[in-house]
Ligand binder design. Sequence first.
Ligand code: GLC
Length: 570
Amino acid sequence: MDGLKVIVDGMRSGMDGAKETTGLKNVSSYCSIPDLTDYDLSKLLDKPRLNIERQRSFDERSLSELSIGLSRGIENYESAYSPGRSVLDTPTSSARTSFEPHPMVADAWEALRRSLVSFRGQPVGTIAAYDHASEEVLNYDQVFVRDFVPSALAFLINGEPDIVKNFLLKTLQLQGWEKKVDRFKLGEGVMPASFKVLHDPVRKTDTIVADFGESAIGRVAPVDSGFWWIILLRAYTKSTGDLTLAETPECQKGMRLIMALCLSEGFDTFPTLLCADGCSMIDRRMGIYGYPIEIQALFFMALRCALAMLKQDAEGKEFIERIVKRLHALSYHMRSYFWLDFQQLNDIYRYKTEEYSHTAVNKFNVIPDSIPEWVFDFMPTRGGYFVGNVSPARMDFRWFALGNCVAILSSLATPEQASAIMDLIEARWEELVGEMPLKISYPAIESHEWRIVTGCDPKNTRWSYHNGGSWPVLLWLLTAACIKTGRPQIARRAIDLAESRLLKDSWPEYYDGKLGRYVGKQARKYQTWSIAGYLVAKMMLEDPSHLGMISLEEDKQMKPVIKRSSSWTC
Ligand code: GLC
């Protein structure tokens, strides 16, 4: 019996017991998706209790609370997803609750539905922006994988999973294409950044063109797409209880191909994933090459989701073992070296350099003089965050919203780290939230540094777009992180801010300025993920039981459980 096997069985079997109690439909007795306990836990957050301010995390809840919450959760689940419920235009979430729907909600649903894209009569996604006033369409008329995630969550919450299923299957087909940039063949598992449906009204045919980076500005690689695809597959499974999709040979193969890409061996000395600049939501040069936090957090979350969904068959088994090993190393590395709080900053400030051998404290040879001035003021006494990037002699101290929120949702952040991130957001509200949630990165880079880092990018001038701009889409991630850490009041404050502007400003893509007060210089209007992000935030706060589809409980596998299992052989 090797040690790893024990851990794998512990990790997977620890989640198996939940099957009977979830109330999930279509859960067969041999189901192999083992993370249903996450679902249970999400259901523990029954509405009335959560809307009362609460500072405690899930883990602190007492057992009696758990059992009450659980039975209520099942009721909620059944009423929300009863089979045969007709799909109406009215969002069920507001109809189901006692909350008075905000007038913006109906407008948002209408706008979201307008952005739907069909392929041969079936909805398969939503376009990035429905902005007719904009002269330049560029690729905003395409379905972006990352942009579709909040749309998908909105549809799932509203009991409309078919479009999500169609999207997952369509993008899976695209993954199967041969992908080339000029004469260079891309990895088999690469998922597209975006795709477009072309309708031929004469021949009455629909065709698809996909972009894997070969048409994208700067030919950037969509490293995040595959991770979002896996995360969305789990969200679909969790929300519908339909395990059959993830279990199809096609989906299993799709996951394995993505895993093969990101787990391949190379020259790496770190478990983090080495990336080129512009490989994620920030899809142009912004100095995020190396080991950007956004990708590391998504990588971690995708590994955990894949671990839960991969079958332990002949082909899946090897991947499961590799995933487990990588998760151990990755969580250790991230929690130790990417984490920055007052104490850690003080330690780095006093680092010795040029240390050789295993006893080195300053492992990456960070030169204290490279610590930017701003971070000393920015760092509150209470609070912390995962920094933007860590590599030899290079720490990017900038704050990035997406990576930190995903770190909370995936439980890459320990419960203490998750609380500290929320403390930081509260302590630095003006800087990170200001008048429009949420800053994509902080602070902006300016002057000479801007020239060097962005290559003089006129779109990424200081406090604009990716360079310290404010992106309403991030509201859903912030809200989910708030719910998970038991701080819904923070989300409420942020949503209130968004509600005072978003509709009036026609759902811009981003806002500019130190406080996010101005509609972005080149921001598209009716940007779909701004619309969907608002809806998801709103619906999750109203009914926090939806958190489970996008959140993973603390990874017990990081503390190996020695447990006897059916496959125990020695
Ligand atoms: C911009 C954003 C990118 C997004 C795309 C479509 O390029 O930087 O993250 O996916 O627009 O909205």
